[in-house]
Design a protein around this ligand. Sequence first.
Ligand code: BG6
Ligand code: MG
Length: 214
Amino acid sequence: MIQAIIFDLDGVIVDTAHYHFIAWQRLARELGVNFTEHENEQLKGVSRMQSLEIILSLGKIRLSEKEKEDLADKKNQWFVEYIQAMKPDEIFPGVKELLKTIRSKGMKVALASSSKNADTVLTLLNIKDYFDTIVDGTMITHSKPDPEIFLLAANRLGMKPSECVVFEDAEAGVAAAVAAGMKCVGVGSVTQLGKANYIVNKTADFDLAKLQML
Ligand code: BG6
Ligand code: MG
């Protein structure tokens, strides 16, 4: 029986996925690498450094570790600048209500984001209190598609993987949920998220009555 829901952050709760994209695109442009929404799909859910590695490999660019760290820092500074103006009303429509309903049914709610900025984003949105536990990129060794982040979230909730459902917008995130032995609701397109158990266009479109049938 499903007793907990684990939410990804970027692209599931708020449109920070867009800010990640424009910051990476700005960096790619500086590097002379062609980088569109299409290539960006590979970056969703994966760590900052792995994202940079993907962009460098697209441009067949080889750099030293120090140069890579500087570029990753630069992208992060832009991302942090972009999100500073974010307001609590930028949370996707219906998501706060969904979180409240889940909790009112006695189920647990976790956040599991590969981002090291998750705490900042949740604070800007003023929604930290909606989660029983929060796991982010600062607490894990392997980012999605590795199942580590979801297994850690389940563990912190005191749940078995089979008792958890994950909401994800990234191909790597869906793969991580499946590898963790959890059911997954994909937020986005069937083309990208075909391995999810159920797909919705927007997070709040999911009908909780379907939860136990996934
Ligand atoms: C994930 C995003 O949530 O976090 C990725 O989907 C991002 O696009 C990753 O690269 C790491 O984020 P950050 O904030 O630590 O650079
Ligand atoms: Mg995401």
